[in-house]
Design a protein around this ligand. Structure first.
Ligand SMILES: NC(=O)c1ccc[n+]([C@@H]2O[C@H](COP(=O)([O-])OP(=O)(O)OC[C@H]3O[C@@H](n4cnc5c(N)ncnc54)[C@H](O)[C@@H]3O)[C@@H](O)[C@H]2O)c1
Length: 340
């Protein structure tokens, strides 16, 4: 197949997040040739909506569809591993939703299968494609903030006012954990992306707003290899949506939040001659138009084409999972836990 022919992709799992993958593939000029979902109503609805005729009830059937080059894995967390490994064994590239796996061993097996097959594995920590995150990473690397002392992260929502947690996220068997794994893995990935390796955690979780066997509210303290400290808040018990992060250094700080609907990144610093932090100078950047999810899928298509590295590798996805699972160990014992 010529390098200019549209990439032929399949989407496995056609629920909520699959729409973002669909939009990303369309924006990247890829062709969605097949979809799979065991739920007949969801499958039929997406097939009609997206005009896809090859609609299967299982990923095995989809992977046998002629000419599929890449798939998105948009299933509940528990199926990420089996679907990714089956795709890799057929030489198919994988964009896997987060969290990449439910255990370190499963994540390692997924990475090994993709590496053996020579296929791309990108994990969908789409926040890496966020322009504010990219700017923050650049500024940290350039030393614009001085020595990084503290990093803070929050992702919180209320399931859009729903009375219950959706089935995909409600049980340990399907989800592997609650908000700390679901929202937290994005934040642990950002923590590593902006602050480097995390070595130690201490965490607490509670189920306060929903009938669920997993936690709906959680907080974690992080210690970075650099010596910096950090905190992570995640919740399904919030009043509306918020994604926020902050990086505090000896020469300045960055603070980002989309709480008010207009995402802004603010840089506070001292201008030359400004002796105190009483009235810092502020530069603010409003978020440019566009979707982080679309940008992340475009990066995956480019990685499959070999024109760039994956936005977030399997190892990166696993790095975030290791932190989350270490937080669960800390929750169980009430003691700090080494990340492993
Ligand atoms: N990157 C993000 O910001 C983001 C946001 C939301 C969800 N997610 C992730 O995406 C995944 C799906 O979440 P969702 O919100 O779309 O859930 P969802 O419940 O809306 O959709 C999941 C779909 O997968 C189907 N499914 C179940 N088992 C399957 C299997 N073995 N093969 C194929 N399909 C299967 C279900 O029938 C359902 O239609 C989860 O891993 C979640 O963590 C990521």
């Amino acid at each position: 197949m010529s390098a200019t022919a549209p990439l032929r992709v399949g989407i496995v799992g056609t629920g909520g997040i699959s729409r973002q993958h669909h939009d990303g593939y369309r924006a990247a000029g890829a062709e969605i040739v097949a979809i799979a979902d065991p739920d007949p109503a969801t499958l039929a609805r997406r097939a009609a909506e997206w005009g896809v005729t090859a609609a299967y009830r299982s990923h095995e059937e989809l992977l046998r569809h002629p000419g599929i080059e890449a798939i998105s894995v948009c299933t509940p967390n528990a199926a990420h591993g089996p679907v990714t490994i089956a795709a890799a064994e057929r030489g198919i590239h994988v964009l896997c939703e987060k969290p990449v796996s439910l255990s370190p061993e499963e994540g390692e097996a997924m990475i090994a299968a993709c590496s053996r097959a020579g296929v791309v594995l990108q994990v969908n920590h789409h926040l890496r494609a966020n322009p504010a995150v990219a700017r923050a990473r650049r500024m940290v690397a350039e030393g614009a903030l001085g020595r990084i002392a503290f990093l803070r992260f929050r992702q919180a929502h209320d399931w859009g006012g729903a009375a219950s947690v959706p089935p995909t996220f409600r049980t340990r068997a399907l989800a592997g954990g609650g908000t700390l794994l679901d929202n937290g893995c994005h934040l642990f990935d950002l923590a590593r992306h902006l602050g480097g390796e995390v070595t130690r955690v201490s965490a607490a979780g509670a189920t306060l707003g929903f009938e669920a066997e997993v936690e709906d509210t959680a907080v974690a303290q992080l210690t970075f290899a650099s010596g910096a400290l950090g905190s992570v808040e995640t919740a399904w018990t919030a009043t509306g949506w918020e994604m926020a992060f902050a990086v505090y250094g000896t020469k300045g700080s960055l603070e980002y939040s989309d709480r008010t609907g207009r995402p802004v990144l603010r840089h506070a610093f001292r201008s030359p001659g400004n002796a105190t932090w009483g009235e810092p100078s502020i530069t603010a950047w409003e978020e440019p138009a566009g979707s982080d999810h679309v940008r992340a899928v475009e990066a995956f298509v480019a990685a499959v084409r070999g024109t760039r590295a994956p936005l977030c590798t399997g190892e990166d996805g696993l790095g975030a999972v290791r932190i989350a699972l270490s937080c669960y160990r800390s929750m169980e014992t009430g003691l700090p836990a080494e990340v492993r």
